[in-house]
Ligand binder design. Structure first.
Ligand code: C2O
Ligand code: CU
Length: 542
C-alpha cells in the first residue's frame, strides 16, 4: 500500500453560472474540486490550508478511517474547524473501500461548492470484477445558487423555515443546455461507438435525492458507496445526497449525441422544483440530430425510487465475501422526524411574526452541535459538559408513526447533544422509521466510520413480528448512505469494530441543520490494535 500526499488550499475563486458571477469557496481554485486517486488500502495525506475567510472542515465521505476519527472531519463532532489562515494535515486511512467515494466540506453549508471525487482502484495485481472499461468518467451531480452560500445559510437559519430553492441542478458543475447562459459550457462525455465506459456517479446535491438517466441507453450498476454490487441493468438511477454508483455504459447507439439528465425526486406532492440539468453523451462519429431528453421518472414517483434501491445487492462472490452480523447484541429503533419548535418556549431564536420554526430529530431529540469543543476531544480527554450519553434506544413514547394526526407533544422535540455508546465489537441493528410529522420526506441517512448492510426496508410502520422474517442476510447491499423511504422504514446492520466518535445524520442539508443527527461513541477494545490512535499533533484548536 502506498502513501500519497496532496495539498488542498481552500480559497475563494470567481465562477460564472446562470448569467452571473460570484466568488465561491473552492479547493485549489477548482469547482468541482480535485479528484483523489488511490488504490484500495493506501493512505492519502492531505495538507489542508484554509485561505478562505471563515472556518472550514473537510470530510472523506465513506472512508472508514479505522481507529482514526481525528481526520474524519465533521466540525464540532471530531474536530474543531480549521480557522481562516490555519492548516490541518488529515490522514485518510483507506481499508476495504474500493470503487467511488467523495470528499466534501463538513462545516455549515460549504459543501455546496467544496467537494470532489475519491476514486479507489483495486490493489495492484487484482482487477475489477467486470471487464476493464475503455475509459472512465466522474459525473458529479450538484446544486447551484446565484446567492452567496454563507448568506443563504444565515438567512435559512434566521427564517426558521425551508431554505430558498437552488437556481439550478448541475452535472460536473454545469447546469446544462436547458438553463440560461449555460449551453456552451455543458459537460460533454466523448465516447467511441462500441466501447464500454465506467461512470462514477456522485450526488453532491444539498437538498434533494435525484433521478438520473441517459437517453436511449441503459446502464449496468456494478458498484455503490465504495463496494461492488451484483450487476443489474436499469434505465434510470435514484441517487441520494452522499451516495455513489459505479455504472457501465456501452456506447451502442447510432446518433451523434444524447442527453444525460438529472432532476429532483421529492415525495412531496406539491414539490415545485422541477427543473432538469443535462450533459451530453457525444459520439466521436455518428449522424448529427438534435438530442432528446431521457425519460426520467416523475418527480414524486416514490415507487420508482424505492424500486431502484430495492434492486441493490452486494456482489458477495468468492473474493468479495460478506460479514453480515447474524446475532444482534444492540437493537436500536430510531424515528426520523421533521418537527416544529413553538417560538415562545425554546431557546432557538424565532424572527419576525413566526409562531414556530422547523426542526428535525432522531427519536424526538433535535441534535444541538457543541460550539466551543468537539465530542471526540471531550471524550478522549474526559472533559465534562460537552455531550450527554442518554441517547435513547427507542423513542420515549411509541406512537403510530405514519398517522396523519399526531398529538402536539410528539411534534415538539427535545433538544440536546446526546450520544449513544456502543461496546467494541457489538453487533448493531438500527431500524429507521420515517414519521409523518410536519412534512413527509425520504431521509438519506449517513453513518460515518462504517459501511452498513441494508437488510430490509418497506413502506408504512415497521412490523417487528413480520418484517424481520423477510430480511436479506445473504447479499444485502453495503452502503454508507441509504434513503429511508417516506413514511417507511429501513433496517441496517453493522459491527462496531471501529473505536471512535462517529456522526450519523440525514444527508439533506436542511434536515442536518435542523437536528436530524446523532453520534455514536464506539469504545476501545482491549487489544492495542483495537484502540483509537493517538491524536495528530496539529488538531485545530477551538
Ligand atoms: Cu457526506 Cu457527515 O457527511
Ligand atoms: Cu432527512
Amino acid at each position: 500500500a502506498l502513501i500519497r500526499r496532496h495539498t488542498f488550499v481552500v480559497e475563494e475563486a470567481p465562477y460564472t453560472r446562470l448569467c452571473s458571477t460570484k466568488n465561491i469557496l473552492t479547493v485549489n481554485g477548482q469547482f468541482p474540486g480535485p479528484t483523489l486517486h488511490a488504490r484500495k488500502g493506501d493512505t492519502i495525506i492531505v495538507d489542508v490550508y484554509n485561505k478562505g475567510n471563515r472556518n472550514i472542515s473537510i470530510h472523506w465521505h465513506g472512508v472508514k478511517q479505522p481507529r482514526n476519527p481525528w481526520s474524519d472531519g465533521p466540525d464540532y463532532i471530531t474536530q474543531c474547524p480549521i480557522q481562516a489562515g490555519a492548516k490541518f494535515t488529515q490522514n485518510i486511512i483507506l481499508s476495504t473501500e474500493e470503487g467511488t467515494l467523495w470528499w466534501h466540506a463538513h462545516s455549515e453549508w460549504d459543501r455546496a461548492t467544496v467537494h470532489g471525487a475519491i476514486i479507489l482502484y483495486p490493489t495492484k495485481g487484482t482487477s475489477y470484477p467486470f471487464s476493464k472499461p475503455h475509459a472512465e468518467f466522474s459525473i458529479i451531480l450538484g446544486e447551484w445558487w446565484k446567492q452567496d452560500i454563507e448568506e443563504l445559510y444565515t438567512e435559512f437559519l434566521n427564517s426558521g423555515g425551508d431554505p430558498v430553492i437552488s437556481d439550478a441542478y448541475t452535472i460536473n458543475g454545469q447546469p446544462g443546455d436547458l438553463y440560461p447562459c449555460s449551453k456552451p459550457d455543458s459537460f460533454k462525455l466523448r465516447v467511441d461507438h462500441g466501447k464500454t465506459y465506467l461512470l462514477r456517479l456522485i450526488n453532491s446535491a444539498m437538498q434533494d435525492i435525484l433521478f438520473f438517466s441517459i437517453a436511449n441507453h441503459s446502464v449496468t450498476v456494478v458498484g455503490s458507496d465504495g463496494s461492488y454490487t451484483k450487476p443489474f441493468h436499469t434505465d434510470y438511477i435514484a441517487i441520494s445526497p452522499g451516495q455513489t454508483f459505479d455504472l457501465l455504459l456501452t456506447a451502442n447507439q447510432p446518433l451523434h449525441h444524447y442527453y444525460m439528465a438529472a432532476r429532483v425526486y421529492s415525495a412531496a406532492p406539491n414539490a415545485i422544483d422541477n427543473t432538469t440539468t443535462t450533459a451530453i453523451l457525444q459520439y466521436n462519429h455518428g449522424n448529427y440530430t438534435a438530442p432528446s431528453l431521457p425519460n426520467l421518472p416523475y418527480f414524486n414517483d416514490t415507487n420508482a425510487s424505492v424500486n431502484f434501491t430495492n434492486r441493490l445487492r452486494s456482489l458477495a462472490d468468492h473474493e468479495h465475501q460478506l460479514h453480515v452480523p447474524l446475532n444482534i447484541t444492540t437493537q436500536l429503533f430510531f424515528t426520523l422526524s421533521v418537527n416544529t419548535f413553538p417560538c415562545q418556549n425554546n431557546n432557538n431564536s424565532c424572527q419576525g411574526p413566526n409562531v414556530s420554526r422547523l426542526a428535525a430529530s432522531v427519536n424526538n431529540i433535535s441534535f444541538v452541535s457543541p460550539t466551543i469543543n468537539n465530542i471526540l476531544q471531550a471524550y478522549y480527554y474526559h472533559a465534562n459538559g460537552v455531550f450527554g450519553t442518554k441517547f435513547p434506544n427507542i423513542p420515549e413514547t411509541p406512537f403510530d408513526f405514519t398517522a396523519t394526526e399526531l398529538p402536539l407533544y410528539l411534534q415538539t422535540p427535545k433538544s440536546g447533544t446526546e450520544v449513544k455508546i456502543l461496546e467494541y465489537n457489538s453487533t448493531v441493528e438500527i431500524v429507521f422509521q420515517g414519521t409523518n410529522l410536519v412534512g413527509g420526506a425520504d431521509h438519506p441517512m449517513h453513518l460515518h466510520g462504517f459501511s452498513f448492510y441494508v437488510v430490509g426496508s418497506g413502506l408504512g410502520n415497521f412490523d417487528e413480528g413480520k418484517d424481520p422474517l423477510n430480511y436479506n442476510l445473504v447479499d444485502p447491499p453495503l452502503q454508507n448512505t441509504i434513503a429511508v423511504p417516506v413514511n417507511g422504514w429501513t433496517t441496517i446492520r453493522f459491527k462496531a469494530d471501529n473505536p471512535g466518535v462517529w456522526f450519523m445524520h440525514c444527508h439533506l442539508e436542511r434536515h442536518l441543520s435542523w437536528g436530524m443527527d446523532m453520534a455514536f461513541i464506539v469504545k476501545n477494545g482491549i487489544a492495542p490494535k483495537a484502540r483509537i490512535l493517538p491524536p495528530p499533533p496539529d488538531m485545530p484548536p477551538c
